[in-house]
Design a protein around this ligand. Structure first.
Ligand code: ADP
Ligand code: MG
Length: 582
């Protein structure tokens, strides 16, 4: 329930719209009751053969309420849909704004199917927040009050009797069905999430599933999940329909009870016989306002579950804090890590421990080390995907936690290990880096990245996730993208790992030659393959989260430390031959 209150607080600007729409709903049902009352009045009166004059009032009522009901229903639909969409768009914007600071670090902990279900399914569930959860009880209350006043004008006893039945319909039965259906909506939501996740897994991994002969097994799991979902939905529908029948039963019981109270009063002449019909019809019609309540109970739980799942994400602490008023990005792009330590949440070993190094503007640095040494973590910290636990990182003598993360990312281009290409054309994938780039610029970037052949295929579809391209081509697309972005600092994280030796070498040559407007670009190349290392100004050797050595290729070989042994291992050369061959 507290989730519903929190959700309602978010849509506070639309309270008046909600109230207005609920009032229109009340007026519509009220007109319906008016129409039936007028008709009942005419019929009962006509049986007594009155003059036409005496029926006039009823006829006016039929005309008025008949027209009003149609017109009001139309306006009510218009206003309540408008309100629903306003609410939905506000919730969507709210959710997006809350999720954005969590990317990418905090979102890693969610499975993509789960995240998709929350972003689409759960938000869509909230579409019903107003129309099915908030509006029906409001309308029911207004109709009840109207009827109590109407009944009270005859006798207070009638009001009290009606009140008892209305209370049972509004609170008693919903409470009972709510109790019987407790947890069903959240179980349905959990099953749907699992189904979504498994379906996505099945589609994305269909190749592997077929290779290992596991497709049938996976499909069976999907079947089982779907039938669990259907079973739960059946249970929910059954209880809900029985709720509707119970409401009908209550309506008839209310009619009987009132007849029982009315009969003596009619026989004593305290109530005019004609009004008996009017009163009974009014009671029956008033229950129309209670019919949507079973749905409201069910949607209340579904909305609370959806809200809870959304708040779970929204309430996650971002991995980095963004300064309220960021300082301007420094002129100098020198980078400095000072005693930086970091470990990923939920892990015991440090990914980086007490790392210190500097990179001057225009320097070409290689960061090498075995897989898992912490090389990519350095990049994630520098780009502010994560925050160091200890120590500081600065760009141009300004601590990066005082800079706008977006400014950092527009100044430091990254080709990461995991290149993501969109299921779009090659051109659109490139334009991501520079939306206003001309075809000439695109072609130049492709050429520098060793993808001349793509220049003629700019409008070719890259496939879902870029799957129509080979691993090496995807990497070169990523390099072309970062070249278009034209940032003063470029980081390549294993960016040439999938390229053949000759292409890899020529791409690296192009990158090393890159110049910005005024000076050479700073280049940080992360690799575990020690090739062409002599071209770098300096090499940082990382192992187990620590910088073990740093220096030029020749110095490091001479030192005969970790670097030298890695180099000899990779080149199958014994240490004495090392220095001569390099
Ligand atoms: P490298 O790039 O040198 O191969 P990484 O920087 O990616 O190494 O990883 C360093 C260590 O941190 C590894 O032990 C890895 O398992 C761990 N690690 C990397 N990313 C995560 C993550 N998101 N959550 C938990 N541990 C991680
Ligand atoms: Mg890595």
């Amino acid at each position: 329930m507290k989730e519903i209150i929190r959700l309602l607080r978010i849509v506070r600007p639309y309270y008046w719209w909600m109230l207005f729409a609920a009032f229109l709903g009340f007026a519509t049902i009220g007109s319906g009751i008016g129409l039936l009352i007028s008709s009942a009045y005419i019929l009962a009166k006509a049986a007594l053969h009155p003059s036409f004059q005496e029926l006039q009032l009823g006829i006016v009522g039929v005309k008025l309420f008949g027209v009003a009901r149609g017109v009001l229903r139309y306006i009510e639909r218009l206003v309540s849909h408008n309100t629903t969409f306003k609410i939905l768009s506000r919730l969507r914007v709210w959710f997006y704004k809350s999720v954005e600071p969590l990317a990418p670090a905090r979102l890693l902990q969610y499975k993509s199917g789960d995240l998709l279900q929350r972003i689409t399914g759960d938000i869509d569930t909230l579409e019903n927040l107003y129309a099915r959860v908030v509006a029906p009880p409001l309308t029911a209350v207004m109709i009840s009050v109207l009827l109590w006043v109407f009944m009270g004008s005859f006798s207070i006893t009638f009001s009290i009797v009606l009140f008892c039945f209305h209370a049972a319909a509004a609170a008693g039965i919903p409470f009972l069905t709510g109790y019987l259906n407790r947890g069903t909506a959240s179980q349905i939501s959990a099953t749907q999430t699992e189904l979504q996740t498994k379906t996505l897994d099945c589609i994305q991994g269909i190749g592997d599933l077929m290779l290992f002969n596991r497709l049938d097994e996976h499909v069976k799991t999907l079947h089982a999940l779907k039938s669990r979902e259907l079973k739960l939905q059946r249970k929910q529908a059954l209880i809900q329909r029985s709720h509707e029948s119970l409401t009908g039963l209550l309506m008839n019981a209310a009619v009987l009870a009132l007849l029982w109270v009315l009969a003596p009063q009619v026989s004593t002449g305290a109530v005019n016989g004609v009004y008996t019909a009017v009163i009974i019809i009014a009671v029956m019609a008033s229950f129309e306002a209670f019919l949507p309540l079973p749905d409201a109970v069910q949607h209340l739980e579904a909305n609370a579950t959806a809200g809870k799942r959304l708040f779970e994400i929204v309430d996650a602490q971002p991995a980095v804090t963004v300064p309220e008023s960021p300082e301007p990005f420094p002129e100098s792009h020198s980078i400095r890590f000072q005693n930086v330590s970091f470990s990923y949440p939920g892990t015991y070993s440090a990914a980086l421990s007490n790392i210190s190094f500097t990179v001057a503007e225009g320097e070409k640095i290689a960061i090498v080390g075995p897989s898992g040494a912490g090389k990519s973590t350095i990049t994630s910290l520098l780009l502010r995907f994560w925050e160091p636990l200890q120590g500081s990182i600065s760009i141009g003598d300004r601590n990066i936690d005082r800079l706008d993360p977006e400014a950092i990312r527009t100044n430091i281009g990254l080709v990461s290990q995991k290149t993501y290409l969109f299921g779009e054309t090659i051109r659109k994938n490139l334009l991501l880096a520079k939306p206003d780039a001309s075809d000439g610029e695109l072609k130049d970037a492709l050429k520098s990245a060793g993808l001349e052949s793509f220049a003629a295929r700019l409008d070719q579809w890259a496939g879902q996730h870029g799957m129509n391209l080979s691993g090496g081509e995807r990497q070169r697309m990523a390099i072309a993208r970062v070249l278009l972005q034209d940032t003063p600092v470029i980081i390549l994280d294993e960016a040439t790992a999938n390229l053949d030796i000759i292409t890899g070498k020529s791409v690296m040559q192009q990158l090393l030659k890159l110049r910005g407007k005024e000076q050479a670009k700073t280049l940080l190349v992360i690799t575990h393959r020690l090739k062409d290392m002599a071209q770098f100004d300096r090499i940082l050797v990382l192992d187990n989260g620590e910088i073990r050595e740093q220096g030029s290729h020749h110095d490091l070989l001479k030192n005969g430390g970790l670097y030298a042994s890695m180099w000899s291992l990779q080149h199958q050369i014994s240490p004495p031959e090392l220095i001569n061959s390099s």
